[in-house]
Ligand binder design. Structure first.
Ligand code: FAD
Length: 585
């Protein structure tokens, strides 16, 4: 067992086992803290076993799982609090001890000078030089917070830590800017809301934080996988969609300090705001399925959920003329819940056209219990399941991919609740990845218990922080996570944010509208459009488009009109068929 001492009260070590605990006690430790999430590696002992050994030996145990290189300042500060309360000396461990050392170092921001922290870590065998900028940013934020609290307490002895008092603080020295509105994310939601805000108030001071140099029209990726669009049709330079009036920070937001109205950027600088719009989308967790990341892009393994892989889907469809094709869907929530089956129907349509469908065994393996969440659309989809002779498998969750051997493993639960692992060979495997709230949202004070951005479902205002709004896939609102939802949400956010700025009541209401154009065959679409509670919200009269039936006009809409509407209307603040509802309507 390796133990590295950081201070007289804290040491760190690589992964411990239950068997190490007697030695830990003999070395005088009173508390053990685990920073390594369970199941990070196959050979890793479960934290429960170590917790049980601690209990048996009478030492305190804390489990504070933290992902490598993805820990937040809040997690570091929480660790600092734990250390202050814990019986010492404390031994913290992760895979190598590095995570614990980084967390400890950040927990000292504002309390200890960085050179001292650096020196202690170096003596213990850990190099923290790269942490310098982040440490200084957090130290500045901590100092500002302490000064704010002190000022408020001395000037207003009876007042609580009031937001107005915080707002009046001068930005600290490490601020890289401050804006009336800062938007986190320049994807569909971020750009649409920027355009809707500027349409209403052209001189509004907006900063947009977006790391990517490219902007993607993701709804087009299904069409790329179906051989209808080129991948390049779905991508533009970010600069081309950034409003000229907005300042673009080409970096990421690492964390939030909502009580001080600043976001911490990944380089450690602080960006201040009066109002914040949070729209960073969701995270695609390719690593959650063992072997998937390595397998993607060869041996028949693909996904329309990546720009670079959607063309490979089409290559595979053209190449496959017999064998077994499997299309998977992970547990909800996912963006565009219909996308996994859209890829399948377009492949089947091509195979039918090329008269080889009867030689291909097509399976839809869904971790969930049903084909589509809104019952009204299921009959039309079932017609195609029959037409293409697709085998439907529910409660079948893809857990492992072996690319070279073309083998997929599923965790299957049968009707009686019995669980088993089933291996299936494949010639083509289209995978929809596991999806979750981004870590920097999940670990922030802005998240709900499940990790998503906690918004009022009608006004899109944050439930706790009235100067924060949000939209898009990151939201915890119960709509379908689609660009179509964003199109309706952006005007609501713009209108309500400006009302809040003018101290007026928020009047604009979002009804949960989302849309999923299900490409059931090349040339026809079942146009699912629905709001909260699965209420059907068709945009067109039924004589024009009957949403629950396959329609050629809907295909025309998806192929020719929607991309144009996205680039030329939605991202330009032209809110065609997107007028917000009103409170009390
Ligand atoms: P995104 O558009 O993903 O944008 C998020 C942005 O935030 C990104 O630019 C990212 O770089 C940035 N970001 C991330 N982290 C940070 C950070 N820390 N700091 C700052 N910025 C950050 N929708 C439909 O309406 N119809 C469809 O037919 C449809 N089909 C789809 C098919 C597929 C295969 C896929 C993948 C999606 C589909 N969608 C569809 C869903 C639609 O694309 C998304 O719902 C929509 O893009 C969500 O917008 P967003 O702004 O929330 O997220």
């Amino acid at each position: 067992m390796e133990i590295h001492q950081l201070t007289s009260l804290l040491s760190v070590s690589p992964q411990l086992t239950a068997e190490d605990l007697e030695q830990v006690v003999a070395a005088g430790f009173k508390t053990v803290i685990c920073h390594r999430p369970d199941r990070e590696a196959e050979d890793q002992p479960a934290s429960d076993e170590i917790a049980a050994a601690c209990e048996k030996l009478g030492i305190a145990w804390h489990y504070q799982p933290v992902k490598p290189r993805a820990f937040t300042d809040e997690q570091a500060l929480h660790f600092g609090e734990l250390l202050e309360e814990a019986a010492g000396p404390v031994l913290a461990f992760c895979r190598t001890g590095t995570r614990c050392t980084n967390l400890w170092a950040l927990s000292q921001a504002g309390k200890t000078a960085f050179p001292d922290v650096l020196h202690s870590a170096k003596e213990a065998g850990y190099d923290l030089t790269k942490l310098a900028d982040r440490f200084s940013a957090l130290a500045a934020a901590q100092t500002t917070a302490a000064e704010t609290t002190a000022d408020v307490e001395s000037e207003q002895p009876n007042a609580s830590t009031d937001k107005a008092a915080t707002t009046s603080q001068e930005p600290s020295a490490t601020m890289c800017g401050t804006h009336d509105v800062v938007i986190v994310g320049g994807g569909a939601g971020g750009q649409a809301v920027a355009a809707s805000l500027l349409k209403r108030q052209p001189n509004l001071d907006i900063g947009i934080v977006e790391p990517s140099a490219e902007h993607y029209y993701q709804p087009g990726w299904t069409m790329v996988g179906g051989g209808i669009f080129e991948a390049s049709d779905t991508m533009r330079d970010m600069l081309d969609v950034m409003p000229e009036q907005a300042k673009w920070y080409q970096t990421s937001v690492a964390s939030f300090v909502p009580d001080q109205q600043v976001v911490v950027l990944s380089d450690g600088e602080l960006l201040g705001y009066k109002y914040l719009v949070v729209a960073p989308g969701l995270s695609l967790d390719w690593g959650a399925i063992e072997g998937l990341e390595e397998a993607l892009g060869s041996n028949g393994v693909t996904s329309n959920y990546r720009y670079d892989l959607a063309p490979y889907t089409w290559q595979l469809v053209q190449k496959t003329r017999s064998g077994r094709a499997i299309f998977t869907q992970p547990p909800m929530p996912i963006k565009c819940a219909g996308a996994p089956q859209k890829a399948m129907y377009l492949a089947c349509s091509e195979w039918l056209d090329k008269a080889c469908l009867s030689s291909i065994k097509v399976e839809f393996c869904n971790a969930g219990p049903g084909l589509f969440g809104v019952a009204d659309y299921v009959p039309a989809l079932m017609e195609y399941i029959k037409k293409y002779n697709i085998e439907l498998g529910f409660s079948q969750n893809l857990i492992k991919v072996d690319g070279p051997n073309q083998m997929a493993t599923f965790a299957v639960t049968d009707a009686e609740g019995n669980k088993s692992e089933v291996e299936k060979s494949f010639d083509m495997l289209h995978v929809c990845p596991v999806q979750s709230a981004p870590a920097f949202i999940r670990d922030s004070p802005l998240a709900d218990a499940a990790g998503w951005l906690d918004l009022d479902p009608e006004t899109m205002q944050h439930k706790q922080y009235q100067d924060i709004f949000g939209l898009g896939d990151v939201s915890n609102t119960a709509n379908a996570k689609t660009a179509a939802a964003v199109r309706k949400q952006a005007p609501v956010v713009a209108e309500n944010l400006l009302s809040a700025m003018n101290s007026s009541a928020l009047q604009a209401v979002y009804n949960g509208y989302g849309s999923c154009p299900l490409t059931v065959e090349r040339g026809k679409i079942v146009l699912a459009e629905f709001g909260y509670g699965g209420k059907l919200l068709p945009s067109f009269p039924s004589w024009l488009i009957e949403g629950t039936k396959p329609s050629r006009l809907s295909w025309f809409l998806k192929e020719k009109m929607l991309p144009w509407i996205y680039w030329n209307l939605m991202l330009k603040g032209k809110e065609w068929m997107a007028a917000p509802g009103r409170k009390g309507e």
